[in-house]
Write a protein that binds this ligand. Structure first.
Ligand SMILES: [Fe+2]
Length: 347
């Protein structure tokens, strides 16, 4: 296996390649380093089979979609990723291959709901931001959960052999790798801590938000790169009222007067495998700024936003709230949750 970190900065991108088979995968590519990735692929005569992000990043723009456009590779993300352009969505336990290299997907939520770790050839794990070297990724972004993160680390990472190498998505102290054994014994955040102690620590970190979080999250979650949409602050996202799918269904069964469902996915998703809720109105995130004026009459109505996993629509709900829509809600878990409950859909 040819394995290399490509950025040499505190934000890490990994190349996993089988030189004999001429195949590669790039994990967590960063938008500003695309030329470098293309150069190394060309140098080793590698075909890029797929790119994947370990989670929806908040600190840099992902290069996944751009690399797909340039190389025809597949974009792979977890089932819960809000990103619309994904060719294959994996879940916990799925096996991916790059030539003779095998990669097992471990769903390790906590930093974000869609966080995964990649267990490569049974000897190393790309951990994303779930566990870092002598640290752990923050769990205070929208959708983060310190308890889930504790479970991910203790049940999925720390149960691997002690000598397993760990490669995180970030390191701020110039380190490049660690091992399960070392982190289990010495990681100051989690070694020897109970779940309750860990949650207490994480809830009191009071970290500043990454500088460009608004622009970056907006693009990575929705691929909307448009100055007209001002991405809401995390606090505003957290204030969006979340409505369970069952409550939405009940609401629609009572009466549809005064209640509008707006689906902010792409056209292809609206008519795709998850379908849409009967009577819902399709307004993709990217066209939201263009139709704001047309939505004026809905200001006094109850507006329920829907998307695939509930992330994009929470953003849309916060945007509408900021524009004076008073009764805006988000359907929690999106059409994934709606379908899981086997509620009716149209396609
Ligand atoms: Fe992250």
């Amino acid at each position: 296996m040819f394995f290399q970190e490509l950025n040499n900065i505190n934000c890490k991108t990994y190349l996993i390649a089988d030189l004999d088979a001429g195949q590669a995968a790039i994990i967590d590519p960063v938008d500003s380093y695309i030329d470098r990735y293309l150069a190394i692929l060309a140098y080793h005569r590698l075909t890029l089979k797929f790119v994947a992000d370990t989670h929806t990043h908040a600190d840099h723009r992902s290069a996944c979609t751009a690399l797909r456009r340039l190389t025809n590779c597949l974009v792979m993300m977890h089932e819960l990723s809000p990103q619309p352009t994904v060719d294959k969505r994996y879940i916990d336990g799925d096996e991916l291959t790059v030539g003779n290299i095998h990669i097992k997907v471990l769903h390790t939520p906590g930093h974000t709901p869609d966080s995964v770790s990649f267990y490569v050839n049974d000897d190393r794990v790309l951990t994303g931001d779930v566990i870092l070297i002598q640290g752990t990724g923050r769990s205070d972004f929208a959708g983060g959960n310190a308890g889930d993160q504790y479970d991910s680390i203790t049940d999925k990472i720390f149960t691997l052999p002690d000598k397993t190498l760990l490669f995180p998505a970030h390191d701020y102290r110039g380190n490049t790798e660690t091992t399960v054994g070392l982190e289990k014994a010495t990681n100051p955040r989690i070694a020897g801590k109970t779940r309750e102690e860990y949650i207490e620590i994480m809830d009191n970190l009071n970290l500043p938000l990454p500088e460009k979080i608004q622009e970056v999250l907006q693009i990575n979650q929705s691929e909307v790169d448009d100055d007209l949409i001002k991405f809401p602050m995390i606090a505003e996202l957290n204030q969006v009222l979340q409505m369970e799918p069952a409550a939405v269904k009940n609401r629609l069964e009572e009466t549809t007067d005064n209640c509008v469902i707006i689906d902010v996915r792409e056209d292809s998703e609206f008519t795709g495998e998850l379908g849409h809720i009967a009577g819902s109105r399709l307004i993709p995130m990217r066209s939201l700024p263009k139709v704001i004026e047309d939505l004026e009459p809905l200001k006094k109505k109850e507006v329920i936003l829907v998307c695939r996993s509930g992330a994009r629509s929470t953003t849309a709900a916060a945007i509408l709230k900021g524009l004076g829509f008073h009764n805006v809600k988000n359907m929690k878990g999106g059409m994934l949750a709606w379908n899981k409950l086997a509620f009716p859909v149209e396609r």
